[in-house]
Design a protein around this ligand. Structure first.
Ligand SMILES: Cc1ncc(COP(=O)(O)O)c(C=O)c1O
Length: 1005
């Protein structure tokens, strides 16, 4: 039987004998002093350490050490390791003797440790690993080597030698963890020759004026070919002994190590498990040796701290430590985090509302539960809930929101204490406070992973966890603080659809003692024990110092809840109560503000507008943001051109011409000459000027209740202005033709009958000026007239009358152009007419100030009478880029078809509503230019002006924006951005239905 170095006692020469033999073999002399060693005799002689090996030591084992040291000197000359004195290994009385340079410094175990020193230790060992890359030696293959972490199984039988039951149990768990997590991965871990013993007495620290530094590593006696990651695991097993925070200290070491020598994913997965293995082996081995050599105190010297550290590591979930190791290595802690979050943000992820109403449109109050915040100043949940209800009432809110990633003082109880110095105090979910028994809904389709009652004080109470899939990657959503009824309502394994009720809000007697709310959090990994499975509980708060790991494990639940960013911002300067007085003081009082409760809108996106509190409003009225608010294509086209050049039409510029040609191409022949303006009013002004110039006449025939713009000339032809409050009445040069309103007009839907009034008005012009009208101007659907769609043959007949009176026909397409009517690009096209002049505005630049006049080459030529037409801003390259981008989007997103589809859907639903609400006298419009004529009595058609205003205000309260118009302000006007979808339409109809039922019950059958 061969003896091991542990079984033969260390050699024990007297110092003089050592001095003599060293002088003799190595030519080294100097003061001598004994150094400690477990198995050899070590003596310092001058600047050298002389090592007289145990007689059981083999020559090849020492040759391995010398070869490695020689290799390292070449690979990393600055690495502070012992150098070998010539001639190398000599034999003396059966002992192998060698001399190595003495490295100054105190053992790491004896100096004050710091994050910086630990980081340096990690770096030092990383350099060792890098330096030893590619090094090989036959003696490195030590199949029976006890300390090799790869052979952990060999020490398992010695666990029985651990006297204390608790100690034995913790060591057993470490070995179990090794079997479960490390063993299967061994074939996937890199191999290398490693030092394998960077213990806190082998690492030396040198004090310098700048602070302590790692000054070297000694004792290469445990070198072995093993898993590469063992090097770091052994280093950590000592570096973490008795530190205040093992995860933080581990981060120091690992981050240093990987800065020099990167680790693979699998290595990071097991490194902490191997730390536990090393500690367990160390306790097992020392307990075994203790039994064999009861007098050798050195053997158990490190057992107590090793057990303390082992308990802490075993007390943490292995997957958490895996994520901590990745975090330390500068990687995303949870490997699948990015995949899941990317999916959550992708268009394929369309979460349903977690509460039984549309959270986007719900008024919300965000509260803080941070230390000292008002919400924390209550003796109990009942009082704090009362206070929250008061806050909601004051703000007209439906829900109180508690923040993700907020450091809170409200968590008390043992379950918030961890191995970290500080408790878990940072909230990892979003809280939605709402009255008990409110239904809670699955946001995505999924399967119930767990339903449990976590009934500790300050815990979750009844909790449901759903499993979902981000393509192939599972993730989970936890809904906590539910009611006990939830436990009977839903069961593990149930499949749930998005929107399905999965539970109910619990009250403080069952929900852990909180004001009623649901805590929602997403989990990218359950960290479940593979043997016992997930127990239905998962931390809802993390340690502040470990939040980088927690954020990866529990990303912001708002990825699914989708409260707008403004919800969480301080927008107090944007509050209506702040802005309204400023507006009154700063801007002219002729400007009106929509709705009784004025809105402060801070952002738009698609069909949605968002106020200063982040509350969303479905925009059913803004036809200027034609292709959707803040459309990225339009915004970037504007930004790009603005960053390059913005001049005017006095220079040649290709963009202006490209746009003019593209715009003109959307018109029927002979309309093909374009003038650019800055607004619809300017376009109509120019149209009048062209008409007046080419006819030499001044009088205009316009439709009753029409509106064409804000200039003096246009107000004079806009009955909607001059006939109403503040108006000066009809001027003599304006001649009004009847509004051809099939619902309220005198001739029903007889178009030619209404058109006769155009001839009459033209005749009046002739009477007035002796020549006749310069122009007949009409919108293609009357907007201010009340969304009035003209009857068949009206416009064609009206044009005939106008033209036979010598007038130019102007189509005002400022409101309805650019495909809003769905079937054609321009409203007049539906009537089979070709105007002489068409005016454009509003949607043309999606909000960018732009307008245009399109006419025939012949009129344009006659208009060019010598007087220049110049417009400083009209047709500038930035505006043209905006206009071009709008045409791109209309084409690319197929928006005419969308307008038609959503519009037809709306009309059908409005007609359904009209069967139940007699207040709806008429449903009319084309595409997404619609009106509901509200009446007090269907037979008299008496306009329900007040009701229309009330409905508009009620819808605004519910987060839907519409406006009213028409001569009696009783027509609900619907003209949303044409990206409006059927589901947007359904929101509008649902709210309209409720509002009518509520506000006009008498008119509701
Ligand atoms: C039919 C019609 N024409 C012209 C205008 C004037 O356009 P702007 O306000 O851009 O000058 C408007 C504005 O509401 C309008 O509705």
């Amino acid at each position: 039987m061969t003896t091991t170095v542990f079984e033969s006692p260390p050699p024990a020469y007297d110092l003089q004998a050592v001095a003599n033999l060293v002088d003799h073999h190595f030519g080294i002399s100097g003061p001598t002093r004994s150094l400690a060693s477990e198995r050899d005799q070590n003596v310092q002689v001058g600047d050298y350490v002389v090592k007289i090996s145990n007689s059981a030591e083999s020559w090849s084992a020492l040759d391995l050490q010398h070869a490695a040291l020689t290799h390292l000197v070449v690979a990393d000359p600055m690495l502070s390791i012992p150098h070998v004195a010539r001639p190398g290994i000599v034999e003396h009385e059966g002992h192998l003797v060698r001399a190595l340079t003495f490295l100054p410094g105190a053992p790491y175990a004896t100096v004050e440790q710091s994050p910086a020193l630990r980081h340096e230790l990690g770096r030092f060992m990383g350099r060792m690993s890098r330096g030893l890359q590619g090094f090989g030696h036959t003696a490195a293959h030590r199949p029976g080597f006890l300390w090799n972490l790869d052979n952990a199984a060999a020490t398992v039988p010695w666990v029985a030698d651990i006297a204390n039951d608790d100690d034995r149990a913790v060591v057993e768990r470490a070995f179990q963890r090794h079997n479960q997590r490390v063993q299967p991965l061994l074939p996937h871990l890199r191999g290398a020759v490693v030092h394998h013993d960077a213990n806190d007495y082998n690492v030396l620290v040198h004090d310098s004026p700048e602070g302590p530094h790692i000054s070297g590593l000694i004792d290469f006696g445990d070198m072995v070919f093993a898993r590469q990651v063992n090097e770091l695991a052994v280093t950590l097993a000592y570096a973490l002994l008795d530190v205040a925070d093992a995860v933080a200290a581990g981060r120091d070491v690992i981050s240093g190590y990987v800065a020099e020598f990167p680790l693979t994913d699998n290595e990071l997965r097991v490194v902490y498990d191997l730390v536990a293995t090393r500690l367990a082996m160390s306790v097992a081995i020392s307990s075994h040796r203790q039994r064999e050599f009861p007098d050798n105190g050195y053997l158990t010297i490190s057992q107590a701290p090793a057990l303390r550290l082992l308990r802490r590591i075993i007390g943490m979930r292995p997957e958490f430590l895996h994520f901590a190791a990745r975090d330390a290595a500068g990687l995303e802690p949870v490997p699948q985090h990015d995949r899941i979050v990317e999916w959550l943000a992708s268009p394929g992820c369309r979460p349903a509302s977690v509460l039984p109403f549309d959270l986007r449109r719900a008024g919300r109050v965000v509260i803080s539960l941070a230390d000292g915040a008002p919400a924390t100043n209550f003796p109990g949940p009942v009082e704090s809930w009362e206070w929250m209800q008061g806050q909601m009432d004051a703000a007209g809110a439906q829900v109180v929101v508690g923040r993700y990633d907020e450091d809170r003082s409200c968590y008390r109880g043992e379950q918030f204490r961890t191995d970290a110095p500080e408790p878990r105090s940072v909230h990892t979910g979003i809280d939605l406070f709402i009255v008990e028994n409110t239904t809670v809904h699955a946001m995505l389709p999924g399967v119930v992973e767990s339903v449990v009652d976590n009934d500790l004080a300050y815990d979750y109470g009844p909790t449901v966890v759903l499993r979902h899939q981000a393509d192939d990657t599972p993730f989970w959503v936890l809904y906590g603080h539910l009611s006990r009824a939830t436990l009977a309502h839903i069961h593990v394994g149930d499949t749930v659809a998005a929107g399905a009720v999965i539970g109910f809000i619990g009250d403080h007697t069952v929900n852990g003692g909180w004001a009623p709310h649901v805590h929602v959090q997403i989990m990218t990994d359950l960290m479940a024990d593979p043997e016992t499975g997930f127990d239905g509980n998962f931390e809802g708060a993390g340690e502040p110092s470990r939040m980088n790991i927690w954020r990866s494990l529990v990303p912001d639940a708002n990825l699914l809840i989708r409260l707008t960013p403004e919800t969480f911002e301080d927008r107090s300067a944007d509050q209506p109560s702040v802005l309204q007085p400023r507006r009154t003081a700063d801007l002219g009082p002729s400007l009106s503000t929509s709705y009784r409760d004025h809105l402060s809108i801070v952002r738009g996106e698609g069909t949605w507008l968002f106020d200063h509190e982040g509350r969303g409003y479905l925009d059913c009225v803004n036809n200027v943001a034609h292709v959707g608010h803040a459309h990225p294509h339009v915004a970037s086209a504007i930004a790009r051109q603005a960053a390059v050049l913005n001049t005017n039409t006095r220079y040649l510029h290709r963009t202006i011409l490209d746009y003019a040609e593209r715009l003109a191409a959307t018109f029927p022949s002979p309309l093909r000459v374009v003038y650019f303006t800055n607004s619809g009013s300017e376009a109509n002004e120019l149209a009048l000027r062209i008409a007046r110039t080419v006819t030499g006449r001044h009088d205009i025939v316009a439709l009753d209740w029409g509106y064409h713009g804000n200039t003096n000339d246009l107000v004079e032809i806009s009955a909607y202005k001059f006939k109403r409050a503040g108006g000066a009445g009809k001027p003599p040069h304006t001649h009004l033709a009847e509004l051809p309103d099939p619902y309220r007009g005198a001739h029903g839907d007889d178009g030619p009958a209404y058109a006769r009034s155009v001839a009459t008005a033209a005749a009046a012009a002739l009477d007035h000026n002796g020549a006749g009208p310069a122009a007949f101007i009409a919108e293609s659907i009357s907007g201010c007239g009340g969304q009035v769609v003209f009857p068949t043959n009206y416009l064609a007949t009206a044009y005939q009358h106008a033209r036979s009176a010598g007038a130019v026909c102007i189509a005002d397409e400022v409101q309805v152009g650019f495909g809003r009517v769905g079937t054609t690009m321009w409203g007049f096209e539906e009537h089979g007419v070709v105007p002489d002049i068409v005016t454009l505005g509003k949607p043309i630049g999606n909000g960018h100030p732009l307008g245009a006049v399109v006419t025939t080459p012949s009129l344009a030529a006659r208009f060019a009478n010598g007087m220049e037409w110049f417009n400083t801003f009209g047709g500038n390259p930035v505006s043209c880029a905006a206009g071009m981008a709008v045409l791109d989007v209309i084409e690319q997103e197929g928006l005419l078809a969308r307008a038609l589809d959503s519009g037809d859907h709306l009309v059908a639903r409005f007609q359904q509503l009209a069967t139940r609400h007699t207040a709806i006298g008429d449903v009319r419009g084309r595409g997404l230019y619609l009106g509901l004529d509200l009446v007090i009595d269907r037979s008299t058609k008496q306009p329900a002006t007040q009701l229309a205003a009330d409905v508009a205000n009620r819808l605004r309260e519910r987060g839907v924006l519409i406006s009213t118009d028409g001569p009696h302000d009783n027509v609900i006007k619907i003209k949303p951005p044409i990206v409006f979808t059927r589901s947007d339409a359904d929101i509008l109809c649902r709210e309209l239905d409720d509002a009518l039922a509520d506000l006009s019950p008498a008119a509701t059958r």
